[in-house]
Design a protein around this ligand. Sequence first.
Ligand code: ADP
Ligand code: TMP
Ligand code: MG
Length: 178
Amino acid sequence: MLVAIVGPMFAGKTTELIRLVERQVIAGRRAIVFKPTIDDRYDPDAVAAHNGAKYKAVRVAPDESGVGAIKELSASYQVVAVDEVQFFPPSLAEVLNELADEKLVVAAGLNLDYRGQPFETTMRIMAYADKVVSLTAVCTVCGRPATRTQRLAPGPRIYVGGAGLYEARCRRHHSVPG
Ligand code: ADP
Ligand code: TMP
Ligand code: MG
């Protein structure tokens, strides 16, 4: 079973991933959580939500070697979770799809980059998913449901950051900076 948790920043993707994994652990299943090495926010050895929730995680490189490591290290677990899937190459989708034949796989990631362009790896995982949990945040301008992420300054597509650099926005209040 493959569950994809998608949405903009601050939508509660990491919180939901932690919730699903904790329930499995309570049920007695062995779980492993992965995050990419580039995500150094809050805690290097845990997936961490913007509200302070944390769960211990194994850091792997966001490249083909990291995708290989996820495949290898998952072997003896019944539950596999990966946060920030948008930072991994698209081949992660096929690996998670295969693992999902025998395990519960939970994958959380951004729907769109700050320009409003889909993240390929998230898209592929959504296509393979048995269930897509699409979450919204709260638009910082109008308070309506936010489906997009506003970058407050221009920069490269991949740019790790939190509340100082990004805001959740609805379609109407989202724009591309610069
Ligand atoms: P994600 O992984 O999707 O970025 P997290 O699970 O890390 O989300 O964080 C969700 C938390 O972020 C919420 O529970 C709330 O406390 C906080 N938060 C901060 N700004 C917002 C916002 N604009 N909309 C919704 N939640 C927000
Ligand atoms: P989050 O979804 O858990 O809040 O984390 C998203 C991460 O992705 C955060 O470190 C910022 C980063 N990011 C980019 O690198 N490029 C982008 O276009 C966006 C929107 C976010
Ligand atoms: Mg998160």
